[in-house]
Design a protein around this ligand. Structure first.
Ligand SMILES: [Zn+2]
Length: 90
């Protein structure tokens, strides 16, 4: 069951609601019956750390992909081969 985080726009009351995917989003604040908004859905992710971690992970992945074509290019064997794989050293 995913947990959704809501915040009331009227009284700033924040709460979590466990709903199934088929359930409609909540719209009424249980504290003041005011209008609420969904902040995010926390489905197996850590709270505010998730966004940063996600971005960091994507950045690293992008960097890795950019270097991936290098070993596959025969024109730059020196750049692709690390020091441990260079037997021609004196
Ligand atoms: Zn409220």
């Amino acid at each position: 069951m995913p947990t959704y985080q809501y915040a009331c726009t009227a009284c700033s009351h924040e709460f979590e609601a466990i709903q199934s995917f088929s359930d409609d989003s909540l719209t009424i604040c249980p504290a003041c019956s005011g209008e609420i908004r969904k902040i995010y859905s926390a489905v197996g992710v850590v709270f505010k750390g998730s966004g940063f971690y996600k971005t960091d992970s994507v950045a690293k992945k992008t960097t890795g992909e950019s270097t991936t074509p290098a070993p596959a290019t025969p024109v730059t064997p020196a750049a692709a081969a690390p020091a441990t794989a260079a037997p021609k050293a004196d």
